[in-house]
Design a protein around this ligand. Structure first.
Ligand SMILES: *Cc1c(COP(=O)(O)O)cnc(C)c1O
Length: 567
């Protein structure tokens, strides 16, 4: 890979990553959750390794909502207050995209992500908040996943079509592959069809399709149906009427404009984000050659200070080469336990300062934090409160730290938070439980390393991958999780953590999964934590050595390089 930077005018061959959200920094609220943070980790690794990539996303001028919770757990959403020009530089070129009968103008802000050796990856934030645009067009890039389906399609027009045009205008005329991170950016294909036709008027449909396919890579991120955007044909035809009807007919299907089908049709390489998710996606979309590349997380970004110091002491090359984390196997257990104790102290102090809960450093602490939505079942742990209290009385004390935002429109998710609050009150004499407000990247960096076990309870087979458990193992925190997504690959029972239930049972049954969770806690996890500290420390060490050396974004990016970017 190239390791030097190129001047502004002489743009090298690039991979272009297009993503509705990118999580760069918690002070830049342009991400909602896993999808955006993963895009951020891909870019962090590309910057470290010197992969010639450029990324495009939306400016999200008003930021993704921050979360407040009242005493009953009602979620209150506040606009995030941020200014894009505090972090980025405005670029000179402007482009426009045809919408209905007008042109929507777009400008771009540049953020340079700097890698460990100084290589810089540019990220462009597309912005329609320009005086030249009408008041409503100026708002197209205001909110992440906000508004109705018309608003959403407008955003995807700006991202997909505007993204290709802006890269061109910025001088990236040599894009090797467009990586569509989820179907949101699939309109890239529409713009490429137009370009291919203009450049090669003699091409037949087959040749056009093949030319576009050679340029596109598509990563699908969820088996949840609602996660796949579909727009009514009338809406698509109306907004996109600046393109010929022939083009629109080519991308519409009987169920309208289906962004996933569009991306599938026009991409040469397609992947799910874990082995199992590849399999599930092949069943959802028969006939498409769907491969899988299992997600990873950026090893330095997600490792807490005390573990960074420990790895620096024993494994000098780990920052450059996370495969070296395999050699954590020879770090004395005592020092791993100490590094964890430091992270736990920071978290418990933060929780007690905010909530006055009186949590302590020695009690077994369960962590659970992710976007709150039905299939993730954040309340599974509380499905039988009496059983949980029995476990505590018979086996040892437990404290629980939770966090997570519900999507503003996800009323089911909001109900889940309220139900958790009911259980917090119900259990308060026996188990200390807190739900921390406003889960974001910064809070994740406190919660995940600071707990003793990382709980994940998705409904099988709906967890595409999951990444927070990977952040946990980097910090010596083993997972206790349903066997789905990445955990099917990462779980070595009693070695890197524990499974809830078995692989066979599918789809999930809530009460059976809850029983399995309680049994594993009562019979295996808690007794080991309280009675066999040495065995516990060995699991912490194996979790890092076996899992962090693999489930990192450097390995993931290498697999994209081998299978997709430069295949
Ligand atoms: C890592 C992370 C996520 C994604 O976690 P999953 O386990 O994939 O659900 C979401 N939000 C934040 C703030 C994160 O740090």
């Amino acid at each position: 890979m190239s390791t030097d930077n190129h001047s502004r005018t002489e743009r090298d061959i690039r991979i272009a990553l297009l993503s509705m959200e990118i999580g760069i920094d918690h002070e830049m609220p342009t991400y909602g959750g896993g999808l955006g943070i993963l895009a951020g980790d891909i870019l962090r690794s590309c910057a470290d390794v010197g992969v010639p990539i450029v990324a495009v996303t939306l400016a999200i001028n008003k930021g993704s909502a921050s979360q407040k919770l009242d005493d009953e757990g009602n979620q209150i959403e506040l606009p995030a207050d941020w200014r894009i020009d505090d972090f980025t530089t405005l670029m000179a070129p402007r482009v426009s995209v045809p919408v209905e009968d007008r042109e929507v103008k777009i400008q771009a802000w540049e953020y340079l992500m700097t890698g460990i050796g100084g290589y810089q990856v540019p990220v462009y934030f597309l912005d329609t908040n320009l005086f030249e645009n009408s008041a409503s067009d100026r708002e197209i890039t205001y909110y992440l996943y906000g508004g109705d389906e018309r608003y959403r399609l407008l955003q995807e027009i700006v991202l997909g079509i505007g993204g290709v045009r802006m890269l061109d205008a910025l001088g990236y005329t040599n894009i090797r592959k467009y990586h569509l991170n989820e179907g949101h950016s699939a309109l890239v294909a529409l713009e490429l069809i137009k370009k291919v036709k203009e450049d090669n008027p003699e091409y037949n449909d087959e040749q056009i399709l093949e030319s576009v396919r050679k340029k596109c890579i598509f990563t699908t991120h969820t088996p949840v149906q609602a996660g796949h955007d579909r727009f009514p044909e009338q809406l698509a035809k109306s907004l996109l009427r600046g393109f010929g009807n022939g083009e629109i007919d080519e991308i519409c299907h009987e169920d309208g404009l289906n962004m996933t089908l569009l991306a599938l049709k026009y991409s040469e390489y397609i992947n799910g984000v874990a082995k199992k998710h590849g399999e599930v996606s092949r069943n959802m979309f028969p006939g498409y050659p769907i491969d899988s590349i299992t997600n990873g997380v950026h090893h330095v970004f997600w490792t807490t200070e005390s573990f960074c110091k420990l790895y620096d002491k024993y494994i000098s090359g780990w920052r450059k080469d996370p495969f070296d984390l395999r050699y954590v196997i020879s770090i004395p257990k005592k020092e791993i336990v100490q590094a964890h104790a430091e992270a736990k102290r920071l978290l418990i102090d933060l929780v007690n300062a905010r909530h006055g809960t009186g949590m302590d450093y020695d009690t077994f602490t369960i962590g659970f934090a992710r976007r709150v939505t039905g299939y993730k079942r954040p309340d599974l742990l509380f499905s039988n409160p009496d059983r949980l209290v029995d476990i505590v009385k018979n086996t040892g004390p437990i404290q629980v730290i939770l966090a997570g935002k519900a999507h503003p429109k996800d009323t089911g998710g909001k109900e889940l938070i309220k139900n958790i609050f009911v259980n917090i009150k119900r259990l308060k004499d026996d188990i200390k439980i807190v739900f921390l407000e406003n889960y974001d990247m910064e809070l994740a960096k406190f919660i995940i390393p600071g707990v003793d076990v990382w709980l994940n309870t998705p409904k099988r087979p709906l967890e595409a991958s999951g990444t927070s458990g990977m952040k946990a193992c980097l910090n010596g925190v083993p997972s206790l999780s349903i066997l789905d997504g990445w955990w099917l690959e990462g779980c070595i029972e009693g070695v890197t953590g524990w499974a809830i239930g078995s692989i066979a049972a599918e789809p999930s049954d809530d009460s059976k999964d809850a029983e399995d969770l309680y049994d594993k806690l009562e019979q295996v996890v808690l007794p080991m934590f309280y009675d066999n500290k040495d065995a516990w420390a060995r699991i912490m060490r194996y979790a890092i050595a076996f899992n962090s050396s693999f489930f990192n974004s450097h390995r993931m990016v290498q697999q994209y390089l081998l299978n997709a970017y430069f295949a």
